[in-house]
Design a protein around this ligand. Structure first.
Ligand code: ATP
Ligand code: MG
Length: 299
């Protein structure tokens, strides 16, 4: 890919991802349609797939510079209801990047060791190293989602009772904003993705998991039971996004009823993020150039 093509792709990436970027508290979930595909129809699907393939190539080139420069790290956080396509989006979007420069971690129900610490502890241990792209498949944001919807999780956290007041969610949002600002000031660029699937599409995907034998392993009866709390989750997501979307660490609320579209938008947002870092290969010093010339003579 030549420079001109790369520039054009980066421009397109910005155009497609910006409509879904949230940077302040004006966000309303009902303004995002999970079935949205912008100006792309299902006839454009092959073209979208090609765009994704090209996007992945651009991403690989940017990642190579990120790694060589070794100053910034990039943290991508994925949150979603079950079956929204987190795993698939991560798999496809990162398919072209060098595995050595990529670190993925999935956060599950906290272990007893986790519960013996503050909730950030387990996440801070998994932050990407400089030059790397880190992916959190779920994250500390669960602390304002599942833990808010199911108070029993909060009770297991062994917090001093006086610290658990009605302001706890507001305080968690404040702390998360502060930590993300701290990380940015230390060279960790954060982008957050909420893959927004509709209730109806989730049901369809659960039924597929039941009906198709090779998808059976993905089905959990508990996931289906969580559907009872759908509205509580949506309220929690909306409040979380409003309170933690910032210019420095924006949320992307990505329509997730069409997997091909979700993947294009996530790839586009990651390209836009990497491009914002103005990455360059490290400049070689005169001494190093002399060394290279000498080595060439000797070979
Ligand atoms: P998949 O089901 O696609 O493999 P997943 O991310 O749903 O991926 P699971 O092992 O099914 O993985 O689920 C992880 C579970 O852990 C989720 O239900 C999530 O809500 C829960 N979880 C994550 N973080 C916390 C937390 N801090 N407190 C309580 N529960 C949490
Ligand atoms: Mg699950």
């Amino acid at each position: 890919m030549n420079n001109k093509e790369m520039k054009q792709l980066i421009k397109n990436a910005r155009k497609y991802s910006r409509p879904f970027r949230v940077t302040d508290d004006h966000f309303r979930l009902k303004d995002i349609d999970p079935g949205d595909t912008l100006d792309l129809t299902s006839e454009d699907k092959p073209r979208a797939k090609e765009a994704l393939a090209n996007g992945i190539q651009v991403l690989a080139e940017l990642q190579d510079m990120l790694y060589a420069q070794d100053n910034w790290s990039v943290l991508l956080i994925f949150q979603a209801m079950d079956a929204a396509g987190k795993d698939g989006a991560i798999k496809h979007v990162m398919s072209g990047v060098n595995p050595q420069g990529c670190q993925v971690y999935s956060f599950k129900v906290p272990t007893s060791e986790d519960l013996d610490h503050d909730y950030m502890w387990r996440c801070m241990k998994r932050l990407p190293e400089r030059g790397r792209i880190g992916i959190f498949n779920r994250s500390y944001y669960e602390e304002t989602l599942v833990v808010r919807v199911h108070r029993a999780f909060l009770e297991k956290q062994k917090l001093p009772p006086d610290l658990v007041t009605k302001d706890i969610w507001k305080e968690r949002f404040q702390d998360i904003r502060s930590i993300e600002r701290y990380l940015l000031r230390n060279g960790v660029l954060i982008r957050k993705f909420f893959l927004h699937v509709s209730n109806k599409e989730q049901k369809k995907r659960f039924l597929e998991r039941i009906e198709e034998p090779e998808k059976n392993w993905k089905f959990s009866a508990n996931d289906a039971k969580e559907r009872e709390y759908w509205d509580d989750y949506m309220d929690a997501y909306e409040d979380m996004i409003r309170n933690t979307a910032t210019k420095g660490a924006p949320w992307y609320v990505v329509p997730a009823d069409n997997k091909w579209f979700t993947r294009v938008i996530v790839a586009a947002a990651v390209i836009d993020a990497l491009d914002s870092l103005d990455l360059k290969y490290p400049k070689v010093s005169d001494a190093k150039l002399k060394e290279l010339a000498a080595a060439k003579r000797d070979l």
